[in-house]
Structure formats: C-alpha cells, structure tokens
Design a protein around this ligand. Structure first.
Ligand code: PGA
Length: 254
C-alpha cells in the first residue's frame, strides 16, 4: 500500500505574514501526528519562510507550479532548480493552471520531467470537467490525461497522482467516496500498465475537490484512495490538522 498522504494547496492565498502565522498555528499538532505524509504548498514567495519553519519536523513543503526549463531568459518564471532547495514536492497540471493559463498535457508532461530531473516529487493532477462526466466520458478523459502526461516518464517512485474532478473544486460539491474510489481504481490500473504492478502500487493516489474535516473519512476509507489534495480547508489550521489526524486513524486500522 502507498503511504497515506495529505497535501494542502493554499493556491493564491496568504501573504508572507499570513503564511507564517498559519504554519505557526498548525505546526505543533501537525508534527506530532504519525503515519501520514503531510505537505504544505504555499505560494512561491512564502516557500523559503515555510520551509524554515517546518525544518526538523516531519512536515514537508511543496510548490504549486514550476517552469519546465532549469534556468535562462524566462522572465517571471520559477525553475525546478530554484525549487529543489526550498521544497520536496511540486503540484503539476492543476486544473486551474490548465484552465486559466492554458497548460495542456504536453506542457504538463514537460513540467513533470523537469521536476524529477531536478529531484522534485511531482503531484500530478488529473480530472474531468462537469460536461465530460455528464456525457459519460470521465474515465476516457482521465485516461487520456494520464497517458499524455506520463509519456516518456519513468520515475514511478517519485510520483504522486491527484484525481480532482473540476466540478468538485472549490464548489462544496465533493465527489462521493464511491465515485472517487472507482476513478482511483482505474488510475491505479493505468499506472500499473505504465510502470508495472509493484511500482504502481506505491504511488500515492489523492482525491481532491471540496475535501473537509467532515468528509475526509469517507474518502480514505476507500482502499484505492491514499489521501487528499486539500484546497480551501487547508487554509484553516484546525481543519487541516483534523484531516491529517482522521487519515492517520483510518489508515492505521486498514
Ligand atoms: P478545494 O480545492 O479543496 O478548495 O476544492 C482543491 C484543489 O484545488 O486542490
């Protein structure tokens, strides 16, 4: 079984001062929990401060994006080389990047490869839009996203995959645990085809989309779901700690 895994995606929220306050608020309790990989993904400008605040604890840090080149004349971009001194993980292909910044699967593929080349662990996001689910194409869409994102990618040991149906993100309308479990089982099969059973079984699979401290249990009780990528609720210290605690409790019994 893959390691239970909870990541908090703060998105474009928190000033530097707010990020520091949020980490200070949750750091103690979060560090004391056991058996779950827990990752905070603040905005770029807070990465250094957050990394320093969690140094020496089991809390890990991730970035929300990266550029696919390691250095050069790309004004305004942040490279994998810069990130690897500050964090271990990086979110790649979030649906907001796909929708607002026109990132397609080819871009996602380049970013994934650039991330692992620099020693970062990518959290690859996939997920269908509402119309795609309603027309019965969710599995086909997710399969195609995975296939294109992972073309020529071989580092299963570094990979984390998050299934985030676009219609569930920030809407308060989470997928049902059954729906998430079914899609995760499909994703696990596709990863087995790509990497073989053993490496694929070690890849943490996260559900994302309106996860809260109230609904996390239902998701992590589904065996194919190893954890969650949490947006809104990760900005509330008590909620995020509770999500990690519940995951630890449920997985310790499985
Ligand atoms: P949400 O966001 O938890 O606020 O729905 C999840 C995400 O976008 O990763």
């Amino acid at each position: 079984m893959a390691t239970p895994f909870i990541a908090g995606n703060w998105k474009m929220n928190t000033t530097l001062r707010e990020a520091v306050a949020l980490v200070r608020e949750m750091r103690g309790e979060l560090a004391r929990l056991d058996g779950v990989e827990r990752v905070l993904c603040p905005p770029f400008i807070s990465l250094a401060a957050v990394s320093e605040l969690v140094a020496g604890t089991p809390i890990k840090v991730g970035a929300q994006n990266l550029f696919h080149e390691q250095k050069g004349a790309y004004t305004g971009e942040v490279s994998p080389l810069m990130l690897r001194d500050l964090c271990e993980y990086v979110i790649v292909g979030h649906s907001e990047r796909r929708a607002c910044f026109h990132e397609d699967d080819a871009v996602v593929n380049r970013k994934l490869k650039a991330a692992v080349a620099a020693g970062l662990r990518p959290i690859l996001c996939v997920g269908e839009r509402l119309g795609e689910r309603e027309s019965g194409r969710a599995e086909e869409v997710v399969t195609a996203q995975l296939h294109r994102a992972l073309e020529g990618y071989s580092d299963a040991a570094s990979l984390v995959v998050a299934y985030e149906p676009v219609w569930a993100i920030g809407t308060g309308k989470a997928a049902t645990p059954d729906m998430a479990g079914a899609m995760m089982a499909l994703i696990r099969r596709r990863l087995s085809e790509a990497f073989g059973d053993n490496p694929a079984n070690g890849i943490p699979l996260l559900y994302g989309g309106s996860v809260t401290s109230q609904n996390i249990r239902g998701f992590v009780e589904q065996p194919p779901v190893d954890g969650a990528l949490v947006g809104g609720a990760s900005l509330r210290a008590a909620d995020f700690v509770e999500i990690v605690r519940t995951t630890a409790q449920v997985r310790a019994r499985m």
